[in-house]
Design a protein around this ligand. Structure first.
Ligand code: ADP
Length: 180
């Protein structure tokens, strides 16, 4: 049985993250989405909100659970008995970052493998930063995050968020999983 840890800031979770986690849930028996509690960067959402939004994203996927963690990712992986750390790759910059931190992590925790999945092409340019900036400037965000994430962004930014996307579905083990 293989358990994967998918760590990140998820400020907030978006369709690129969701795509990676759901694809990992097909590859591994269990996926633990680990929301980093105190990253060294300024965040829009607090930890509880980032966790709640992530939980809403995966409530229909039985082998994905969401936790928060502080400190070293490899310590979290060890404590949760994860075999693998999953990360998403969008571009060369992600690759170089993940390669470096992956080697550091394998020095710190030799038994834990790194599994990098290429992002799906439609999310190659998407980041939480782009999502927040476009949302704040009134651009269309419907293809980038589920409706409840956009609603939460609207409350946080105190402005309406444009969402003209049709309802989206994800495929999980041959079932269509409603994502909004
Ligand atoms: P971090 O702060 O560590 O970059 P993020 O919350 O931004 O964490 O992202 C968590 C993980 O999701 C990382 O592996 C990141 O590369 C991946 N990721 C971010 N955006 C996308 C995307 N558009 N498609 C696929 N993976 C992504």
């Amino acid at each position: 049985m293989a358990r994967a840890l998918y760590p990140g800031t998820f400020d907030p979770i978006h369709n690129g993250h969701i795509d990676i986690a759901v694809r990992a849930s097909v590859l591994f028996d269990e996926v633990i989405v680990a929301v980093y509690d105190a990253p060294p960067k300024k965040l829009l959402f607090d930890t509880a909100d980032r966790c709640d939004l992530a939980r809403a994203a995966f409530e229909h996927v039985p082998n994905i659970q969401v936790v928060t963690y502080e400190g070293l990712t490899v310590e979290c992986a060890r404590e949760l008995k994860a075999d693998v750390i999953v990360r998403g790759l969008r571009n060369v910059a992600d690759f170089e970052y993940e390669q470096q931190i992956g080697w550091a992590n394998s020095e710190l925790a030799p038994g834990i493998e790194l599994c990098c999945l290429f992002c799906s092409s439609e999310y190659a340019y998407l980041s939480a930063t782009i999502l927040k900036e476009v949302a704040n400037l009134g651009g269309e965000c419907g293809a980038w995050a589920p409706a409840y994430v956009l609603d939460a962004l609207g409350r946080k930014l105190e402005r309406p968020i444009r969402n003209n996307a049709p309802k989206l579905y994800l495929r999980h083990e041959d079932k269509l999983v409603h994502r909004d």
